[in-house]
Design a protein. Structure first.
Ligand code: NAP
Ligand code: F7E
Length: 348
C-alpha cells in the first residue's frame, strides 16, 4: 500500500536555510511548498537546482508568491496547501540592518510568526499542522550566563533580537493556549557556501579568496573580537525537522558548543589558503599583513550601535532528546566554503 507523502510549507525558502531544508525534506520524500517574494531581479539562485516546471506531472517542489507581511496571502496559502508541517524561516535576518529598518524588521520577524500561527488557528488546522519557528541565539544578546541553554533568560541587543523574542513567546503562547504543535529552535550562527555575502564568515572567505588570486586588495571588517559559536547550516536544518517529529512540542538550543573570535576565523581562512600573515597595531589601527601589504583593516562603519560580544550554546537537550549530532566542525566548514569560492573564481 502506498503511504501518502507528507506536505511541508516553507516561508523563507529562498534563503540559506530554506534551500538546505528543501533538499533535506525532498530526500525524505516530502512534497515541498515554498513562498517566494516578488522581486525585480531573480532571488531564487539557491533553489534553482530544485525548480520543477509547473507543467511537470506530480510535482514535489512547488513555489508560490506571497509575503509574510501580507496576512491574507499567508492565510490563503495555508488554507490551500493544508501542510502537515510549516517552517517559518522568513526574516530580515541581518542584525546590523535591523538597526536601520527596525519597524520593518519587527513586522517581518515578530508579527510574521503571529500571522502564520493565527492562520493555522483560523483554518482549524491545530490538529493537523505542526509549526517550527526559527529562533536565534541573538535573543540571548548580552548573555547572563555561559553557555546558553533553553533556560537562559533573554537579553536581546538589536531590533532583530527583540523581534525574535516576540516570535519565540507568541509561539509558546499559541502552544499553551490552543494546543498547537509549535516548536522554537534557538539556533546559533550557522554558515555555508550559500550564506549571504554580508554575513561575516562569507564576507571573510569571499574577500580572502579574491585577495589570494589577485582580484582584490583589502578586506574591511568591524569588531574582530566578538565571539561566535559557528556551525554548519546543513547540520542545523536537520534539527528543525527532528523537532517536529517528536511526540510533544518543545524548544531546543542548537549549537556546536565551541566559540571563536572573528579574528580567529580570519586566521583559520588565511591558514587554509596557505597565506603567511602577521597582525600589527591596536584598536581601529589593527591590520593584518601579507607579503608586506595590509590585507585586512578595520572600518568603524561595520561596528553596530550595540554588540553581542559572546555567544556559546549548550545543545545537550537536543543531543539527548532529538538524537541530534554535529557532523561538521569549523575547519570542515571553512574547507567547504573556501573550496566553493575558489571554484567560483576559477569558473569566472
Ligand atoms: P536568509 O538567508 O536571510 O533567508 C531569509 C529568508 O526569508 C529569505 O528566503 C527571504 O526571502 C525570506 N524573507 C524575508 N522577508 C520576507 C517576507 N517579508 N516575506 C516572505 N519571506 C521573506 O536567512 P537564513 O540564514 O536562511 O536563516 C533562516 C531563518 O533562521 C531566519 O529567520 C533567521 O532569522 C533565522 N536564524 C538564522 C541563523 C543563521 O545563523 N543563519 C541563526 C539563527 C536564526 P528573499 O530571498 O526574497 O529575501
Ligand atoms: O556577525 C562581527 C559582528 O553579521 C557576526 C544572523 O544569521 O547569526 C547572524 O547574526 C559577528 C558580529 O552574524 C563584520 O559585529 C565584524 O559580532 O555574521 P554576522 P550575527 O550578527 O551574529 C544570528 C544567530 C542570527 O540569528 C542572524 O540572523 O561578526 N563583524 N566585522 C562583522 N559582521 C558583519 N556582518 N560584517 C563585518 O564586516
Amino acid at each position: 500500500m502506498k503511504t501518502k507523502k507528507k506536505i511541508a510549507l516553507i516561508f523563507g525558502i529562498t534563503g540559506q536555510d530554506g534551500s538546505y531544508l528543501s533538499e533535506f525534506l525532498l530526500n525524505k520524500n516530502y512534497i515541498v511548498h515554498g513562498v517566494i517574494r516578488r522581486s525585480s531581479s531573480f532571488n531564487t539562485s539557491r533553489i534553482n537546482h530544485l525548480y520543477q516546471d509547473p507543467h511537470t506531472k506530480s510535482r514535489k517542489f512547488i513555489l508560490h508568491y506571497g509575503d509574510i507581511t501580507d496576512a491574507i496571502s499567508v492565510s490563503s496559502l495555508i488554507k490551500k496547501i493544508q501542510p502537515q508541517e510549516i517552517y517559518n524561516l522568513a526574516a530580515q535576518s541581518h542584525v546590523a540592518v535591523s538597526f536601520e529598518v527596525p519597524e520593518y524588521t519587527a513586522n517581518v520577524d515578530a508579527i510574521g510568526a503571529l500571522r502564520i500561527l493565527e492562520a493555522i488557528r483560523f483554518h482549524k488546522l491545530e490538529k493537523k499542522t505542526k509549526f517550527y519557528q526559527a529562533g536565534t541565539s541573538e535573543m540571548f544578546g548580552k548573555v547572563v550566563e555561559t553557555p546558553q541553554n533553553e533556560k537562559t533568560p533573554f537579553y536581546p541587543r538589536s531590533p532583530y533580537g527583540v523581534a525574535k523574542v516576540y516570535a519565540h513567546w507568541v509561539t509558546i503562547n499559541y502552544r499553551e493556549a490552543y494546543n498547537l504543535f509549535a516548536c522554537n529552535g534557538i539556533l546559533f550562527n550557522h554558515e555555508s557556501e550559500r550564506r549571504g555575502g554580508t554575513f561575516v564568515t562569507k564576507k571573510i572567505v569571499s574577500a580572502l579568496c579574491r585577495i589570494k588570486v589577485g582580484k582584490k586588495k583589502k578586506l574591511y571588517l568591524g569588531n574582530l573580537y566578538s565571539k561566535r559559536d559557528w556551525g554548519s547550516a546543513k547540520d542545523f536544518v536537520e534539527a528543525m525537522w527532528k523537532m517536529l517529529q517528536k511526540k510533544k512540542p518543545d524548544d531546543y538550543v542548537i549549537a556546536t558548543g565551541k566559540q571563536f573570535t572573528v579574528k580567529q576565523f580570519v586566521n583559520f581562512v588565511l591558514k587554509r589558503l596557505k597565506m603567511n600573515f602577521k597582525w600589527r597595531g591596536k584598536g581601529l589601527n589593527e591590520k593584518c599583513y601579507h607579503k608586506g601589504k595590509s590585507i585586512v583593516e578595520i572600518d568603524k562603519a561595520y561596528f553596530r550601535p550595540l554588540e553581542v560580544n559572546t555567544l556559546l550554546g549548550d545543545s545537550s537537550k537536543a543531543k539527548r532528546q532529538l538524537n541530534w549530532k554535529i557532523k561538521t566542525n569549523i575547519h570542515q566548514l571553512i574547507d567547504e566554503m573556501v573550496n566553493k569560492e575558489m571554484a567560483h573564481l576559477r569558473d569566472d
